[in-house]
Design a protein around this ligand. Structure first.
Ligand SMILES: C[S@@+](CC[C@H](N)C(=O)[O-])C[C@H]1O[C@@H](n2cnc3c(N)ncnc32)[C@H](O)[C@@H]1O
Length: 274
């Protein structure tokens, strides 16, 4: 028998599934954002009522694989990547892998809300959830230092700039804002070096760019416990992110196989210290 008895394992698993569905909002299946035509609330729902079963199914498929930027859902990672995160969290609990949880690049906070919700449900109060973001969107590319980011346009997307207060409100709306949640506001290059000798059980990188990915992995991977997971949201979607991961793995001789979650998400379990 693992750490939890069968009753608690079943309850945790069903809590995880409920959180994943709620945070990805496969329940109401809100529409994707259209930056060129921001619609009013009533127009959005009129549109949803008017759609055919095939149109709804197509929207559901995009949400399951996290291909849209939702109007309301608290994460854009979609069902499959959030489900992968929940599985990693439950595995870390079960195997008593030491460490806190962190996401670098949180947007509305949904993936961190999921980790915090599972800590709360499992009584894992000793684990903190670190929520690292500028809360102002992405930095403009610094192509001199990070040529792979040349021409990157993420910093122009207002939809990616979600304020700290909004993210805190989102935690509050799930009843999950407490002292276990640590907000790290600022650029990763300034905030992550302030971490001390904390160990992590899960690090989830979702900063899109080469700069944001390399700065996070360089500081966090040495702090990841053996048996813990590193998850990379943009591995398939953003070539610069994939390059940062490849460069880091090569520089440190990391050979654990990369597992694909869906068309973009990827992860591996750390099996040895570097
Ligand atoms: C794609 S969104 C994250 C999506 C989120 N993980 C989710 O589940 O929906 C990228 C986030 O990374 C943040 N970000 C990217 N690079 C950053 C950096 N260098 N420093 C601080 N925040 C950064 C942005 O502000 C934005 O919130």
């Amino acid at each position: 028998m693992g750490k939890f008895d069968r009753g608690l394992s079943t309850a945790l698993e069903s809590h995880a599934e409920l959180l994943v569905r709620t945070i990805s909002n496969t329940i109401y299946l809100d529409p994707p954002q259209n930056p060129r035509r921001p619609a009013q609330f009533h127009q959005l729902f009129r549109g949803m009522n008017a759609e055919s079963p095939e149109q709804r199914e197509a929207r559901m498929s995009r949400r399951l694989s996290g291909r849209d930027w939702p109007v309301f859902a608290h994460s854009m990672a979609g069902y499959e990547r959030l489900r992968n995160l929940a599985n990693c969290v439950l595995d870390v609990f079960e195997n008593e892998v030491e460490g806190h949880f962190i996401e670098t690049g949180v947007w509305r906070g949904g993936a961190c809300i999921l980790m915090q919700g599972l800590c709360r449900a499992a009584g894992e109060a000793g684990r903190k959830v670190f929520v690292a973001d500028s809360f102002e969107g992405l930095p403009p590319p610094n192509a001199e230092e990070f040529p792979a980011d040349e021409g990157d346009k993420h910093h122009t997307k207002d939809a990616l700039a979600i304020s700290l207060e909004t993210v805190q409100d989102n935690f509050r709306s799930y009843g999950l804002l407490d002292d276990n949640v640590v907000f790290m506001k600022g650029w990763f290059k300034d905030t992550l070096p302030t971490l001390g000798d904390e160990k992590f059980g899960i690090i989830r990188l979702d900063g899109d760019m080469y700069e944001s990915t390399i700065q996070a992995i360089e500081i966090l991977y040495p702090k990841l416990s053996v048996g813990g997971y590193i998850i990379v949201d943009d591995f398939g979607a953003v070539r610069a992110c994939r390059k940062a991961i490849g460069d880091y793995r090569k520089a440190h001789g990391i050979e654990e196989p990369i597992e694909q979650v869906d068309w973009t998400g990827a992860y591996w379990k750390k099996t040895r210290d570097i």
